[in-house]
Write a protein that binds this ligand. Structure first.
Ligand code: SF4
Length: 335
């Protein structure tokens, strides 16, 4: 729900200061309506139901994968698409992937969101409402900012949302902010030290290849990004998690693995290799054999490396895919 509007309406009704906290606690525990908030006076519950919409997002579409991954497409009050995904793992992890912007201005070539028009930054409430949507279905315990958008371009709202995630059941140690290398944001995280994890979407250690895949590399070259990450590590004494998308024939050769090992200090970085979830972009995912060989090379160079489990391929779970397909559907209908 729009927490600023809630504060405003409570203040206008001269309600005691603790009411906002009461409402938030119910919402964070998965309440589905004001009606359930039995420690609030009935009159106030009715008033809020009329004045403060229970969510700042309207669900548009839900897709459930055969592996239990669930993806939701929402719309903001001004008609912007927003996506979030819940990944369910056998070990009990319930991991949310949330969006920080509607669309994204950064145009990475492998990303469905990058191909959409940029809308705007999301508010902290719009970020939290993605989590609450799934919390109303079941308890959740992990979150990553890897949905639509570059979270460090909207850091105030992202950090404000992170502050409240423990109330929803997601500890700071289980919350990750993933950046393509937006240096002002990395510097701010080093300075302020929010207690969440930092992940760098790296995808190519070679500057020219990285610029081709991620135009933001022209603005913030990888060498400067890695210097900022090292500074973050030194000041905060925290590992940096490197995300590396495995693109068949593009960045998955033995040579590319050696290049990556050359630039990463094993004392600072842990690598997570991500099998590519094909979008309509002109890339293919690497084969499992290529991913395994890449990982072995990194480990031989002393790096800690894991391979992410693939989730939700049958429901277009990669960021931007559901919104992009909806847009296609609209275009097709209009044609
Ligand atoms: S990968 Fe992230 S930063 Fe790049 S275009 Fe997609 S959403 Fe934006």
């Amino acid at each position: 729900m729009d927490l600023l509007l809630l504060d405003e309406r409570l203040a206008a009704g001269e309600q005691p200061g603790f009411r906002a906290r009461q409402v938030w606690e119910w919402a964070a525990r998965g309440a589905g309506s004001y009606e359930e908030m039995t420690n609030l006076p009935l009159e106030l519950r009715e008033q809020l139901a009329g004045e403060v919409p229970f969510s700042s997002l309207t669900p548009v579409r839900d897709a459930l994968s055969s592996d239990g991954t669930e993806k939701a497409l929402f719309e903001t009050h001004d008609g912007r698409p927003v996506e979030a995904v819940l990944m369910r793992y056998r070990d009990g992890r319930r991991s949310l992937c949330v969006s920080s912007q509607s669309g994204c201005p950064l145009t990475c070539t492998f990303c469905a969101t990058g191909a959409m028009r940029f809308g705007r930054n999301l508010t902290a409430s719009e970020i939290l409402d993605q989590a609450l949507h799934f919390r109303r279905k079941e308890p959740v315990n992990h979150a990553v900012f890897m949905g639509m958008g570059e979270p460090l371009m909207n850091l105030d709202a992202v950090l404000a949302a992170c502050e409240r995630l423990p109330d929803v059941g997601i500890a700071h140690s289980h919350t990750g902010i993933s950046t393509v290398g937006w240096i002002p944001g990395i510097d701010r995280m080093a300075e302020e030290g929010p207690p969440v994890r930092l992940a760098l979407s790296l995808h190519a250690a070679d500057e020219a290849l990285r610029s081709e895949l991620m135009p933001v590399n022209d603005r913030y070259p990888l060498r400067d990004v890695l210097a900022a990450c090292r500074d973050y590590h030194e000041r905060r004494n925290k590992d940096v998690f490197v995300e590396y998308l495995m693109l068949g024939g593009v960045n998955d050769s033995a040579e590319r693995a050696e290049e990556l090992a050359d630039v990463l200090d094993p004392r600072v970085y842990k690598v997570n290799l991500i099998p590519y979830n094909p979008t309509d972009a002109a890339f293919e995912g690497s084969t499992p054999a290529a991913i395994a060989a890449f990982r072995e090379r990194l480990e031989a160079r002393g790096l800690r490396a894991t391979v992410r489990l693939t989730r939700g391929q049958d429901i277009a779970a990669a960021c931007g895919q559901l919104a992009a397909r909806s847009a296609d559907a609209v275009t097709a209908g209009a044609g």
